[in-house]
Ligand binder design. Structure first.
Ligand SMILES: Nc1ncnc2c1ncn2[C@@H]1O[C@H](COP(=O)(O)OP(=O)(O)OP(=O)(O)O)[C@@H](O)[C@H]1O
Length: 688
């Protein structure tokens, strides 16, 4: 079965408010049930661009089917989902996702209201209608990984029951079961017609399915989760409503066969409509509670409700089908939401996962139009596309419902949505006629070991597709707990060896690094030491110089002092030079006279006493002798005075010399003190 992806357009009616705001400007005109024309309103960016000659203000788009504002929920269900519903009840996988800007009617389409139920409650209702009376009541067969089923041990069943009871008990409000809306058709009558038509269509498609459908039992399990800022959160956790607890983020893992699944997601077995709607209500409540707690609108996350139907025959699961309904976040761009900070990040995340969805669809389309080309499809770049990948790769049928409003103010965004859907519409889906091997579930025991595949024990196949390499290939996303025990042991051993080798390598590296660091530190220390001793030397030199200059200063001061005191003493005893020379000549003359007289006395025999006054007055020669005696006496007096002067000078000299010695000693003492001090300084510097 090869066909393009079904892309439906639903145009929602104007609200009273929008009409009063003059939003109705005939922007969207439904030409036929497959063709729509968009005309850019005045003031829109598209119109401005077209006025500048860039692009056009008129766009035409075709869809698988277009549903106008008057379309009822029942009509939409009838013409969009019914086919896939048949497939789901017959063992095929199906995905329906709604796409559009905020306030375009996505949630209304998927969930609707209790009075006017959307696709999801209708699918649930139709499913129960179909399996009524054939429900497998034991809860011991549960979906496992993406496409497999698992036997549960009695204590595991007990846990499942109590978990379910807790969730259901958390929904205190009475849930209004969806009732038929404006259409004349009731949900029950619709689903009964659907199930009979599904059976008849299956019968016409494939007799085997019909025969299978008639016998056996069904177990229905559901999960409800959301993707917000690339984090997956379970919406069926009763604790979510409590304000204090932080929401756990779940991992999207690979089951080893290329199928992504949400690890640790809660799957709840439901037995009737009431339980189903209670779960839906609980999930919605959790979604709103989380959104309020984070101060954001729930339309900022992608919510996914998934049902898994297990066909049970003689306690064996013969097939398993999946039906996912995804209410995507609003596709508006940052420029429109004008968000900043956290909001900008949030908007970026929403847009990035939608952008990746767009890229995947474009790449798929490109690869299909040009078979020679094989461009990379970035399914694994976002959690949303990872989970959707299986549907685009032939493991189920995907349909998109594009929701738009007709408001002139959101025209540019609406045009963007339409362009995206135009590409999506061209994507060809190849659904193999026979279910692919992974669609036939592999039944594993509660210990995770495969028990039955297509009725045969097939442990090798499981081991093969869960091989270590494949799991490790998925980087951190692989779920190692899926490996068989012996492989786990081997893996642990090899990891242990790797760890030991790694540790060894790390140790060697650490030693090398430590050595390198030690050398560098030593080098630094040595350089520092060198710098310090250089500084000390310089300091020493400076002190030495200062000391010497102080010493010189003292010496000069002392010299000056000595000179000054000598000068003052000299001044005291100053005799002018002329006087001194005259005096000296006199002394010389007198000395000469003395020696003449002495020679005279020697000649007159013996030593004579100095002449008396009487004797001098006796004769002329004696008068001369008396004069000579006077002269002699005067000379002797002068001589004595000179000798005294000389003696005084001598004493002055001695005292000066003594003073000099004293000063020298003082200087020596000062020098010694200085040396002591500098030694102390040096010691202190060394200590420093
Ligand atoms: N087909 C419809 N008929 C009548 N009312 C509709 C229809 N579609 C949407 N509405 C109304 O329009 C409003 C916005 O719809 P809805 O909440 O479904 O938008 P949305 O695209 O899911 O927005 P968000 O992305 O914010 O969740 C709601 O009040 C809803 O009841």
């Amino acid at each position: 079965e090869e066909q393009t992806m079904n892309v439906y357009l639903r145009v929602r009616p104007f609200s009273q408010e929008e009409l009063s705001e003059n939003q109705d400007q005939d922007c969207i005109v439904i030409e036929t049930n497959q063709m729509v024309t968009l005309t850019a309103p005045k003031g829109s960016a598209t119109m401005k661009s077209s006025e500048k000659g860039v692009g056009t203000s008129l766009h035409k788009f075709s869809f698988s089917q277009i549903f106008g504002p008057e379309t009822t929920q029942a009509e939409l269900f009838e013409h969009t989902v019914k086919n896939q519903m048949n497939g789901f009840l017959g063992g095929k996988n199906a995905l329906i996702f709604s796409y559009g800007v905020t306030n375009a009617g996505k949630t209304h389409t998927i969930q609707g209201t209790p009075k006017d139920p959307g696709i999801l409650p209708r699918v649930l209702d139709a499913t129960f209608q179909h399996i009524e009376g054939r429900q497998y009541e034991g809860m011991d067969l549960k979906p496992y990984l993406r496409n497999d089923a698992q036997y549960l041990a009695p204590d595991q069943v007990k846990q499942e029951r109590s978990a379910k009871a807790t969730i259901l008990a958390s929904v205190k409000e009475k849930c209004d079961l969806p009732r038929p809306g404006g259409g004349s058709e009731s949900l029950s009558s619709l689903s009964s017609s659907l199930s009979s038509s599904s059976l008849s269509s299956e019968a016409s498609d494939c007799g085997r399915v019909s025969a299978e459908a008639a016998s056996g039992q069904f177990a229905l399990w559901v999960a409800f989760f959301e993707i917000y800022k690339e984090s997956v959160h379970d919406l069926l956790q009763p604790s979510l409503c409590s304000k204090s607890r932080k929401r756990a983020s779940l991992r999207v893992c690979d089951d080893g066969a290329g199928n992504a699944y949400v690890k640790d997601l809660r799957w709840v077995n439901i037995q009737n409509r009431e339980e189903a709607f209670k779960l839906l209500h609980c999930g919605n409540k959790n979604r709103h509670a989380a959104a309020t707690k984070m101060n954001q609108s729930s339309s900022r996350s992608h919510s996914i409700f998934t049902m898994k139907l297990l066909k049970v025959e003689d306690t064996e699961v013969t097939w398993l089908s999946e039906f996912s309904l995804c209410d995507l976040a609003g596709s508006e761009r940052c420029s429109r939401t004008k968000t900043f900070g956290e909001r900008l990040k949030e908007a970026g995340n929403i847009n990035s996962s939608l952008l990746i969805l767009g890229k995947c669809i474009t790449a798929l389309h490109n690869n299909q139009t040009d078979r020679m080309k094989s461009s990379y499809i970035p399914f694994r770049e976002s959690k949303l596309t990872k989970l959707f990948q299986a549907f685009f790769c032939g493991r189920g049928k995907a349909s998109m419902i594009v929701n738009i409003n007709q408001c002139a103010s959101t025209y540019d965004e609406t045009l963007h949505v339409m362009k995206f859907s135009a590409v999506a519409k061209q994507v060809v889906q190849v659904i193999p006629e026979k279910p692919l091997e992974p669609l036939a579930p592999c039944l594993v025991g509660h210990d995770g070991k495969p028990v039955v595949r297509n009725g045969l024990a097939d442990s090798r196949a499981l081991e093969r597709y869960l091989s270590e390499e494949e799991l490790l290939d998925e980087e951190e996303e692989a779920d190692v707990s899926l490996l068989p025990e012996n492989e786990l042991v081997d893996m642990i051993e090899s990891l242990r060896d790797q760890l030991a080798a790694e540790r060894k390598r790390n140790l060697v590296q650490e030693i090398a690094i430590r050595k390198e660091m030690g050398d560098a530190m030593l080098q630094q220390l040595m350089e520092g030491e060198e710098r310090r001793s250089q500084q000390i030397e310089e300091l020493k030199e400076t002190y030495q110089e200062r000391l010497e200059s102080t010493f010189e200063m003292y010496k000069d001061a002392i010299k000056e002092h000595a000179y000054e005191s000598a000068l003052s003493q000299l001044e005291d005893n100053y005799v002018p030079l002329d006087e001194f020379l005259a005096e000296q000549q006199t002394v010389e003359a007198l000395k000469r006279q003395v020696s003449e007289l002495e020679s005279l006395r020697g000649a007159s025999g013996g030593v004579r006493a100095p002449p008396t006054v009487d004797q001098s007055c006796q004769t002329q020669p004696s008068k001369a002798a008396a004069e000579a005696d006077d002269h002699w006496a005067r000379l002797s007096r002068e001589k004595a005075a000179i000798e005294r002067l000389c003696e005084e000078k001598q004493q002055l000299n001695v005292s000066l010399e003594r003073r000099l010695i004293e000063l020298t000693e003082t200087l020596e003492k000062v020098r010694r003190d200085f040396l002591d001090k500098s030694a102390e300084v040096e010691l202190l510097q060394k200590k420093v």
